[in-house]
Design a protein around this ligand. Structure first.
Ligand code: CO
Ligand code: CO
Length: 333
């Protein structure tokens, strides 16, 4: 399901509630609800079908992905509930055990606790978490705060959708797959901690299914600005450009391309498959951060202190003809 389909479904629903405690509804990374004068709840849920063969790694990646939306809102995850679908008759239960073990390890690493879950018998395995976090009242990070002059940072490479397809099609280089899995299993906790240390950063989201360009576009529109991304500075997993050129582009990524194209100015000529890499749907991606220029040096030093890799990928300018500008040429291997 592409971003346009989702918007179509949501636009047909009445998502307004007459409750002043509802701070953020279904418009950002996670929902936010004021449970008291000083504490806001942050809630999210995500689950998906296996994207790697290793059951334990799949559990880790799915859990890291579910937890990410809490970190992207500036929250601290406190409780998690597991959602699983599994063909109980057709696959060894040890596989489900390993998936859940991977998820549990990530919940612990995030500093949260698992308080329950639900499993159903289903032909296609699915796994993920519903996560609740907390944030001090008023201190959430939304997509609405980017301002002209801000610098843009990204904390994980993109290209996982393309490489996951290449994995399914059996054409992946195993070293590339292992490195991609390690990235996807990594929590955004330390990156969020670095951002929190700096204070009023402006705007944060995480890069997931709508791809770097899709999520950047959401931030640009919500903030009423234009995001300028430098293609040469965006971190991309090794071989993703080559795999995309060879046709390993998931259909959801083409949906993302069509979604962003109407509001995107591509400065240098990029091939279709190159553009697809920048729009590629990401699993458990990094944080996209819009940082006030006077805080960027401090943010970079906190990233270094937290051992977080980061890439400055562009800047924010006043709203122009398009909400998104992609300049530069990709650095391909
Ligand atoms: Co998100
Ligand atoms: Co999500």
């Amino acid at each position: 399901m592409g971003p346009e389909d989702l918007q179509g479904i949501l636009s047909g629903l009445d998502l307004a509630f007459d409750d002043p405690r509802l701070i953020v509804g279904a418009t950002d990374d996670a929902g936010v609800y004021a449970v008291s004068d000083d504490t806001w709840l942050v809630q999210t849920v995500d689950f998906f079908t296996p994207i790697v063969d290793d059951a334990y790694a799949y559990g880790q990646v799915a859990a890291a992905n579910s937890l990410s939306d809490i970190f992207a809102m500036g929250g601290t995850p406190i409780t998690a509930m597991a959602l699983a679908a599994f063909p109980i008759e057709d696959l060894p239960v040890a596989i489900l055990h390993d998936i859940m073990r991977g998820g549990l390890d990530k919940v612990r690493e995030a500093g949260a606790v698992l308080v329950g879950g639900h499993t159903i018998d289903d032909p296609i395995p699915k796994y993920g978490l519903a996560v609740t976090g907390v944030v001090p009242a008023g201190q959430i990070w939304t997509k609405e705060g980017a301002r002209p002059g801000d610098l843009l940072y990204l904390t994980k490479p993109i290209g996982t959708g393309i490489l996951a397809k290449a994995t399914k099609d059996g054409v992946i280089d195993h070293q590339v797959e292992a490195s991609m899995v390690a990235w996807m299993a990594q929590l955004n906790r330390a990156a969020a901690q670095a951002v929190r240390s700096v204070g009023t950063i402006r705007s944060v989201t995480d890069v997931t299914g709508f791809g770097l360009l899709g999520h950047a576009l959401e931030m640009a529109r919500a903030s009423g600005v234009t995001l300028e991304i430098d293609a040469s500075r965006v971190p991309v997993h090794p071989t993703a450009f080559r795999q995309a050129k060879a046709g390993e582009v998931p259909s959801g990524t083409w949906d993302n391309v069509r979604y962003v194209e109407k509001d995107l100015d591509v400065v240098e000529a990029l091939s279709e498959s190159e553009l697809a890499v920048y729009a590629d749907g990401v699993t458990s991606g990094g944080l996209l951060i819009s940082c006030r220029p006077e805080l960027s040096a401090e943010l970079e030093s906190h990233f270094a202190a937290e051992d977080v890799q980061f890439w400055p990928i562009g800047r924010v300018v006043a709203e122009s003809g398009h909400h998104l500008v992609l300049g530069g040429r990709p650095v391909t291997e």
